[in-house]
Design a protein around this ligand. Structure first.
Ligand code: F6P
Length: 410
């Protein structure tokens, strides 16, 4: 087996994805890897041989602590889809030649369901050419839509951010006591886990959001306006959490009703944006009320100042668990989190074949919503609450959080 290891980050970033990088790096080093390389911009960068030796960049405990507290992907990311190796082998030949040149024994990819497609294909091709490189998936995504894992690293912090800002938005929305509809757009392409996290805002000091719209529930624009009208008869200020991915019965995204441009990535995913703006406009046109749209956009996945310590700890752990497995000879698997108990909250890791995860999406069970699918039930809250617990404060310098940062590599 090669003496070195390589790690990449792929897909949309999270505020704790670097904790997984720290976990992979430290575990590889402690298990005797000579060099731990980082791929710049994932597999796309690896194909251009853009890699860095991580040791001179992460020299001491302070660097590791900073890395854990730095949001977004330290190594840069990509949304790159490998072709089917049965029909297009050239790219695989190139990648394996690069890995051989770097003397790689273990390959780690931190990502979501699309990134697991990459790991699955590489592991399968590696097996076919009898390569002894071990390929391991390390889960991450704010969307929480990966199969087999109880939840994904990245979700807890994004959910905490959403719970916090929804409370703050609700406080602000009630000041005038006049008619006002606030529509807050939350990420999560086809699964509503993050939007559901808006339900966390409700507590003895907060009345909570008035309506939650998930992509799992077909969306009717007229029904939506009518619901808002009825709600406003009792309460002038309404706050609504809507997923960027809400869809009409015919499968079109609601944001496609607006005349905006939606770029499409390598996996065929449309950039979803403009749902809240569209709905706030529709409500303003049909009801006599002030409206406002708030798109949380990337803020919800890079809020390093508002992470969940539980999430950071688990993100680090899954990195370490992937390394342990790879060094023990495992390949073609992803580390998953398995909840052992809720009270006290305890989670462990386990391994699953990549085929159980790649390109699949785990949706929110509708049984975790109320009858008219506008609020989350106590079952969801019991699931989500442990994931947002505790904080890890950034290191503040001159009043601002200090980050560890790598200049883009040529
Ligand atoms: O990685 C998941 C995600 O955060 C989705 O929730 C969102 O739709 C998408 O990424 C946006 O990605 P990009 O950074 O490519 O615009």
């Amino acid at each position: 087996m090669g003496k070195n290891a390589i790690v990449g980050q792929s897909g949309g970033p999270t505020s704790v994805i670097n904790a997984s990088l720290a976990g992979v790096f430290e575990s590889c080093k402690s298990r005797g890897a000579d060099i731990v390389y980082g791929m710049c911009n994932g597999v796309a960068g690896l194909l251009e041989e853009r890699v860095v030796d991580l040791s001179p960049l992460l020299t001491d405990d302070l660097d590791i602590e900073l890395l854990k507290r730095t949001p977004s992907s330290f190594l840069g990311s990509c949304r790159y889809k490998l072709p089917d190796w049965h029909t297009d082998e050239a790219v695989y030949k190139k990648l394996f030649a690069i890995l051989e040149k770097l003397d790689i024994g273990c390959f780690f990819y931190i990502g979501g369901n699309d990134s697991m497609d990459t790991i699955g294909k590489l592991a399968e091709y590696g097996e076919c050419i009898q390569s002894d490189i071990r390929f391991m998936g390390v889960p991450k995504t704010i969307d929480n839509d990966l199969m087999v894992t109880d939840h994904t690293p990245g979700y807890g912090s994004a959910a905490k951010y959403i719970g916090v800002v929804m409370k703050e938005i609700i406080r602000d929305a009630t000041v005038y006591g006049t008619k006002y509809v606030t529509v807050v757009e939350i990420m999560g392409r086809n699964a509503g886990w993050l939007t559901a996290a808006a339900a966390l805002a409700k507590s003895d000091d907060c009345e909570g959001v008035d309506m939650i719209c998930l992509p799992e529930v077909p969306f009717h624009v007229e029904h939506f306006i009518e619901k808002v009208r009825v709600m406003q008869e009792k309460k002038p200020s309404i706050v609504i959490a809507v997923s960027e991915g809400v869809k009409l019965e015919d499968g079109r995204y609601v944001c496609e009703l607006a005349d905006d441009v939606h770029a499409v990535d390598a996996f065929g995913h449309k950039a979803l944006t403009g749902t809240a703006r569209y709905l706030a406009n529709v409500v303003a046109r049909n009801l006599d009320t002030k409206t406002r749209c708030i798109e949380l956009s990337t803020l919800q996945r890079c809020a390093g100042h508002l992470t969940s310590r539980t999430d950071i700890t688990e993100a680090y752990q899954v990195g370490g668990a992937a390394v342990k497995a790879a060094f023990e000879g495992v390949t073609g698997q992803m580390v998953a989190l398995k909840r052992i108990s809720n009270s006290p909250y305890q989670c462990t890791t386990e391994l699953h074949p990549i085929s159980e995860v790649a390109n699949l999406e785990k949706k929110v069970p509708l049984s975790w919503m109320n009858e008219d699918h506008t609020q989350m039930t106590e079952d969801f809250l019991a699931y989500a609450r442990p994931l947002i617990q505790a904080e890890l404060t950034p290191l503040y310098i001159a009043g601002l959080p200090h980050h560890i940062y790598m200049k883009p590599q040529k």
